[in-house]
Structure formats: structure tokens, C-alpha cells
Design a protein around this ligand. Structure first.
Ligand code: IDP
Ligand code: MG
Length: 152
């Protein structure tokens, strides 16, 4: 099974969308393997958003990730990275398709409620960035509730 990282951003907490976001992933059939609330440090943001450090909006992005804590979660399922990314929607909330989290709850290219990993490789790195191995729980799941037993 594939695992992916989701962060509910400070704007998601402020808008009281924590339960809403979790409910969407649960109802889809993804399984929660780890979850914590934390304050993003400068160091963590510099690493997590290293690909955006030269952008004009980087300082604003940093502030938007630090004015309140975030909720970090590890979700698991078949093709979880793509499924969660599709449920997240396009970066700019105004362009995100209705039905996606951003398309339903964001009008902003920055305050877009959630982060989700954009590839399988990134997901592995990002889960390790936010969780120690013992904070990811491998409790028994009856996958037959979600998938045909011979499903690829
Ligand atoms: P993603 O979150 O959809 O993967 P990235 O390009 O990785 O998008 O950007 C990370 C975060 O940086 C976005 O979620 C958003 O909060 C912020 N961001 C990206 N592009 C812009 C922009 O043009 N203006 C302001 N903030 C932006
Ligand atoms: Mg990204």
C-alpha cells in the first residue's frame, strides 16, 4: 500500500476545516496511519518548500505556514499519493475544480487549506520529515472492505 503526507495548513485550522478534511479522506477509504499537531519552524519550512525559496511569495508563504500550528497526517491506500493529490485540487483555489478540497474551500493561491505530497518519492521523504517511525501505526486493516481481494 502507498502512503502520503497531508498537512492541514494554519488557514484550515482557522477556518475550522480539520474535521471536514479528515472526513473526506476517511469516507474515500483512505486509512489514517499517523497524525500530529505541530508548529512549523523556519528550518522545517525552508526544507519543505525548498523548491520555492527564490519565489517572491516565499516570505508570505512562510508566514502563512506559521501563524498557527498545522496538522500533519499520513494516509494510506492504493495509489494514495495520486488519489489524495486529486482530492486536494490545483494549487490556486480559484482554479481548483469544485469537489476538491481547494475547489470547495479556497479562493486563494496561498491560503489553500492543505498540502499533499506530489509524487511517491516526495511522499516518502515528507512522511519521514514529519514523523518518526514509531509515530506511524501499522495496525491491522481489513482491506477487503475497500478493495477486491485480487485487485492490483
Ligand atoms: P502545491 O501545494 O499545490 O503542491 P506548490 O507549487 O508546491 O503547490 O506550492 C506550495 C505552496 O506555496 C502552495 O500550496 C501555496 O500555499 C504556495 N504558493 C504556490 N504558488 C503560489 C503563488 O503564486 N502565490 C502565493 N502562494 C503560492
Ligand atoms: Mg507542492
Amino acid at each position: 500500500m502507498e502512503q502520503t503526507l497531508v498537512l492541514i495548513k494554519p488557514c484550515g485550522l482557522e477556518r475550522q476545516l480539520v474535521g471536514e478534511v479528515i472526513t473526506r479522506f476517511e469516507r474515500r477509504g483512505l486509512m489514517l496511519r499517523g497524525m500530529k499537531m505541530l508548529q512549523m519552524t523556519d528550518e522545517l519550512i525552508n526544507i519543505h518548500y525548498a523548491h520555492l525559496r527564490e519565489k517572491s511569495f516565499f516570505e508570505g508563504l512562510k508566514e502563512s505556514m506559521q501563524y498557527a500550528p498545522v496538522i500533519a497526517m499520513c494516509w494510506e491506500g492504493k495509489e494514495a499519493v495520486k488519489v489524495v493529490r486529486d482530492m486536494t485540487g490545483y494549487t490556486n483555489g480559484r482554479k481548483a475544480v469544485p469537489g476538491t478540497i481547494r475547489g470547495d474551500y479556497s479562493m486563494s493561491s496561498q491560503q489553500n487549506i492543505v498540502h499533499s505530497s506530489d509524487s511517491i518519492d516526495t511522499a516518502r521523504v515528507e512522511i519521514d520529515r514529519f514523523f518518526r517511525p514509531e509515530e506511524i501505526f501499522s495496525y491491522k486493516i481489513h482491506w477487503r472492505q475497500f478493495y477486491a481481494t485480487d485487485e492490483i
